[in-house]
Design a protein around this ligand. Structure first.
Ligand SMILES: [Zn+2]
Length: 333
């Protein structure tokens, strides 16, 4: 860190500073100086007496740390919070969420839902989020307007939704968005094939080829439940992770979301290919999907990130809270 300027825009005096690097450190009696929108210095508070600042924030009792990254979600579904609670994944999706989306989702729905989600995520300390949802152009516009960093994984599905009719249309619309925001400082765009049970193997292979050509990220729901894995073995004679590997979809640009049903051979394959895992514990608990073996993944050298999934399968967009939003069980009078 270079020496601070004598005049800065902002000085913050928190109770503690928790930096990313060096890791594992908590700094007390330290301050942070900001100049031109960038961190100019982290220094002992005693040394800030010589610095003039336009703004000074005294934050005793607060910890100052870099913004959190919510590595998986469907932000616009903040408008579906509490819809169809207490169901397992497939009846929740097939009998409730997908029909509701068919009736209600539009560009305006997405813009409003993303704005609400961003407000909630900021309150939880999240400054970057990953999103996979219909009308991703509305998400990109809203994130840019609100100054929020966002990785968009545009959805790819085999069946029609309000946004597109079949896989090729999802892909062409998504790639048009990628071109439109390629110079954005805040938004990046990659592929979001929904899951191996909603995207055919030929279409997954197409995504793998295009993502490799464009050197673009891929995010996919994978091994979310044991039922998904057993069904795939019955249909294709192999586990979904093995299918993805065979189709060229597993590698360092791939983010595998959920991963609750994992054997030792799956963990070894993730480590060998450099694919990432996004752990969404509250979603997995709410939908009774299973539990991701995070300790074993980390021990094998697999990179594991944390996500909330949508507000409809979590009820909160705070990645580090362990309490569910409590809604009244009887109507207000
Ligand atoms: Zn999800």
């Amino acid at each position: 860190m270079s020496a601070p300027a004598e005049t800065v825009d902002t000085l913050i005096h928190p109770g503690w500073i928790i930096p990313v690097a060096p890791s594992g450190q908590v700094l007390e009696n330290h301050s942070l100086a900001i100049l031109d929108g960038q961190i100019a210095a982290i220094l002992p508070r005693a040394e800030t007496a010589r610095i003039a600042a336009a703004e000074v924030f005294e934050l005793p009792g607060h910890a100052l740390l870099p913004g959190l990254v919510n590595a998986h979600g469907h932000a616009a579904m903040s408008l579906l919070r509490g819809y169809a609670d207490d169901l397992a994944l497939m009846p929740w999706l097939e009998q409730h969420i997908w029909p509701a989306e068919g009736r209600h989702v539009s560009e305006e729905f997405v813009a409003d839902g993303v704005a609400l989600a961003i407000a909630e995520m900021l309150r939880a300390g999240t400054t970057t989020f990953s999103d996979m949802y219909f009308y991703p152009d509305a998400c990109a516009r809203t994130a840019q307007r609100m100054g929020m960093r966002c990785q968009i994984s545009f959805p790819v599905l085999d069946f029609p939704t309000p946004w597109a009719r079949e896989a090729d249309e999802y892909i062409s619309k998504g790639l048009a968005l990628r071109d439109a925001v390629k110079h954005s400082r805040l938004v990046s765009v990659g592929f979001g094939p929904h899951a191996p049970y909603t995207v055919s193997h030929p279409n997954l292979a197409k995504v793998a080829m295009l993502a490799a050509e464009l050197d673009t990220s891929i995010q996919i729901h994978l091994h979310e439940t044991r039922g998904e894995v057993l069904q795939a073995v019955e249909a294709h004679g192999e586990r979904p992770l093995d299918s993805l590997h065979r189709l060229g979809l597993l590698g360092p640009r791939t983010q595998c979301v959920h991963m609750t049903d994992l054997g030792e051979q799956d963990i070894a394959l993730l480590a060998e290919t450099g694919a990432h895992v996004v752990h969404c514990p509250k979603s997995n608990m709410k939908l009774a999907s299973g539990a991701c073996p995070v300790t074993r993944l980390l021990a094998a050298g697999v990179n594991v990130a944390l996500g909330t999934d949508s507000a409809a399968s979590n009820n909160s967009l705070n990645p580090v809270s362990y309490t569910h939003l409590t809604l009244p069980t009887t109507p207000y009078v």
